[in-house]
Design a protein around this ligand. Structure first.
Ligand SMILES: C[S@@+](CC[C@H](N)C(=O)[O-])C[C@H]1O[C@@H](n2cnc3c(N)ncnc32)[C@H](O)[C@@H]1O
Length: 282
């Protein structure tokens, strides 16, 4: 058997990671204030742009946290995800439709939706061509003049986490150095071009974005009026470390996020970046 391609490796790891290693259903609502900030700002940005009763395609929608909230507001949602555990959990909610599928070849007709969410697939796709396929499939599914929202994981924020923050937490807890500190060779490609560390375990990130390259991808795919915002701001990782939902800390982190969400460079301090734009007129 030939070695799997980097993308085949990530696709296999996506199944293992979300299928059993990590509970995605809890990330936005239970784990920490960072998830709360990501959830609430994403919902605000989407609902400010879609009309009541819209048809929304949630691609890579996981266990349905965003889909359930949007269905609760009266939108008609179809969630698509490749992981059977996600499909089963989302289907059990019962307020929106669910199908198994892949962002690179969506099982939907052209222009059937008013908006599409691509909040996850882009950072699990290693090659730029595959990310372009995912953007273009989302655009194909949406009517002319509708909206597409695509999330990236910030390269800067993720690198700070894996090279400095997480090893520092481990050292504070155990007094020992970890092999991740200082910046080891294994993160070199992530620094240079955003390619994930495709090891045998851990988060199966295929690509980590700078906000500028997320913006270029969205524009090249054909979206207009493109904006990229940092979602949770520079304080959010501290909430994840402490697993805090403290309302005062959350409010401080929220204000910091709002102050710098659109500023070039500073928006990259957010763990997640959100690009959005309109599909071209017919
Ligand atoms: C971190 S989760 C994000 C879930 C949710 N959309 C959110 O915003 O919280 C990433 C999701 O992308 C899905 N995914 C990974 N590769 C995909 C692909 N090629 N096509 C569609 N979805 C994919 C995963 O199964 C997972 O549900």
């Amino acid at each position: 058997m030939p070695d799997p391609s980097p993308q085949q490796h990530v696709d296999g790891r996506v199944q293992a990671y979300y299928g059993g290693e990590f509970d995605e259903s809890d990330r936005l609502v239970g784990r920490s204030g960072q998830g709360v900030l990501e959830f609430e700002r994403t919902q605000q940005l989407v609902t400010a742009r879609v009309s009541p009763g819209s048809r929304i395609l949630d691609i890579g929608g996981a266990a349905g946290v965003h889909a359930a909230a949007l269905a609760g507001r009266g939108h008609r949602v179809l969630l698509i995800d490749p992981v059977p555990r996600h499909v089963a959990t989302a289907r059990a909610i019962g307020t929106f439709a669910v199908a198994r599928g892949d962002a690179r070849a969506l099982p939907v007709a052209d222009h059937d939706f008013d908006a599409a969410l691509l909040l996850g697939p882009l950072y699990h796709l290693v090659e730029r061509d595959d990310r372009q396929r995912a953007w273009r499939e989302a655009i194909r599914a949406v009517r002319p003049g509708g909206w597409v929202f695509g999330a990236g994981v910030s390269r800067l924020s993720a690198l700070a986490w894996v090279t400095v923050i997480e090893p520092s937490i481990a050292r504070a807890a155990t007094g020992r150095r970890t092999p991740r500190s200082p910046m080891p060779e294994r993160w070199r490609r992530m620094v240079e071009d955003g390619t994930g560390e495709l090891g045998p375990s851990g988060f199966p990130g295929g690509h980590f974005h700078l906000s500028d390259d997320l913006e270029q991808e969205a524009v090249e795919a054909g979206l207009t009026e493109v904006q990229v915002l940092g979602l949770e701001g520079p304080g959010a990782q501290a909430l994840d470390i402490s697993r805090s939902h403290d309302p005062e800390l959350l409010d401080a982190a929220r204000r910091l996020a709002a102050a710098y969400e659109s500023q070039p460079g500073l928006r990259d301090l957010s763990p997640h970046l959100l690009a959005f734009g309109r599909t071209p007129a017919g």
